[in-house]
Design a protein around this ligand. Structure first.
Ligand code: PMP
Ligand code: GLU
Length: 394
């Protein structure tokens, strides 16, 4: 029976969500699993945001919203883009969606024709490649290495460009490497693109505020890139609002209109109560969530210090987001507890089964030598998890 389409059969399951589900399952069986697989802040949504949601319910916000978002929310997004990124968007250029994941899906579906190529500097966020494929595009992976802090160089970008190149997608701060592209580095990539005026950039800035070095730069800040950059952002990470499912874009008007059109046929728009709450989140000064960023920074130091004590773990120093992405290829070919480890997936599975710690294989992010560890967990959990990892490997 061919119940399912070829398209869905060729789609991979989200490795981050699959590992989180597996960890949940094992916990239900009574195992004491420490989950460091999911990129999800372990904080509560701040009270001032929750209050706005409660108020919205009492104020009877219960109807369909405009497909691309409430005008007041778009205005809050416009103010945020101006305040934090010095970007000038108007209401026709903003589209609110059900999470940045849907924003990305919309972009792929309205911009890609079959066989269009999308350059993905590796490691990239797990869903980029499948979202591109699902929409007929061809992901072109550009390998980077820990020696260059997992960043794509201008020469690598230029070498990956072909007549079929439609877009480049990247995140900065990067999930999974934590790398942050400086203004100078982005300018150098933009300089390459000057020779190729038909190539667009998707700049995923969802970790913008979780940046330990400052100097966040948006590609659209460069005047010559504004008209061909789609800036993606959302509230999941900085505001601890993953389950509220609100993301948004600032984009050239034609692209924003097309995203609105597809959304009108697929979801009718994002949830009304969540949208009202996000107005408060974005109108507030980013200082109000600084306590979470400070805590992530402490945890980063903690986990880096602990991991560096384990033989065979080689880490870059992540400048943002809440992940470490150690290269663990030193273990490939080794036998641990009678089990030979041949790749990062087997390594992550070994840690799950022998250390009761859930991580994610680097394959899912386009780098088969690494695993991703999320440190969006308490310091006690981090200490215990690394202790278990160390024991399981010794
Ligand atoms: N982009 C990146 C780089 C991410 O890590 C995530 C994680 N959720 C998303 C987009 C999607 O975020 P959401 O759909 O929760 O807004
Ligand atoms: N973005 C998070 C992660 O990378 C959440 C999971 C997901 O949306 O895939 O783990």
């Amino acid at each position: 029976m061919n119940q399912l389409s070829d398209r869905i059969n060729s789609l991979s399951t989200s490795a981050t969500l699959a590992m989180a589900a597996k960890a949940r399952e094992l916990r239900e069986e009574g195992k004491d699993i420490i989950g460091l697989s999911l990129g999800e802040p372990d904080f509560d949504t701040p009270d001032f945001i929750k209050e706005s949601a409660k108020q919205a319910i009492d104020d009877n916000y219960n109807s369909y919203t405009p497909v691309d978002g409430y005008a007041e929310l778009k205005d809050a997004i416009i103010t945020k883009f101006k305040r934090d990124n010095q970007l000038d968007y108007n209401r026709q250029q903003i589209v609110v969606s059900t999470g940045a994941k849907q924003s990305l899906f919309n972009i792929a579906s309205v911009m890609l024709n079959d066989a269009d190529e999308v350059i993905l500097p590796c490691p990239y966020w797990v869903s980029y490649s499948d979202i591109v494929k699902l929409n007929g595009g061809v992901p072109i992976e550009v390998k980077t290495s820990i020696d260059n802090d997992f960043k794509m160089t201008p020469a690598q970008l230029e070498a990956a460009i072909t007549p079929k190149t439609k877009m480049i997608w990247y995140s900065s701060p990067c999930n999974p490497s934590g790398s942050v592209y400086s203004k100078k580095e982005l300018r150098a990539l933009a300089d390459v693109l000057q020779k190729y005026p038909n190539i667009y950039v998707v700049s995923d800035e969802i970790y913008e505020h979780i940046n330990f070095v400052g100097g966040h730069c948006s590609m659209a800040q460069f005047e010559d890139m504004f008209e061909r950059t789609i800036t993606v952002n959302g509230v999941s990470k900085a505001f601890a609002m993953t389950g509220w499912r609100i993301g948004y874009i600032g984009a050239p008007t034609t692209i924003a209109r097309a995203c609105n059109k597809i959304q009108g046929q697929v979801t009718s728009g994002a949830n009304c109560i969540a949208q009202r709450a996000v107005i408060s989140a974005l109108e507030a000064s980013p200082d109000r969530v600084q306590y979470m960023i400070d805590e992530f920074k402490e945890r980063r130091q903690l986990i880096l210090g602990l991991l560096r004590e384990i033989d065979g773990f080689s880490c870059n120093e992540p400048e943002g987001a809440f992940y470490v992405f150690p290269d663990i290829s030193a273990y490939f070919g080794k036998t641990l507890k009678g089990q030979t480890i041949d790749n990062a997936s087997e390594f992550a599975m070994y840690l799950l089964e022998n250390a009761n710690v859930a991580t994610v294989t680097g394959d899912a992010f386009g780098n088969p030598n690494c695993i991703r560890i999320s440190y969006a967990a308490s310091q006690e959990q981090i200490i215990e998890a690394v202790k278990r990892i160390k024991n399981a490997l010794s």
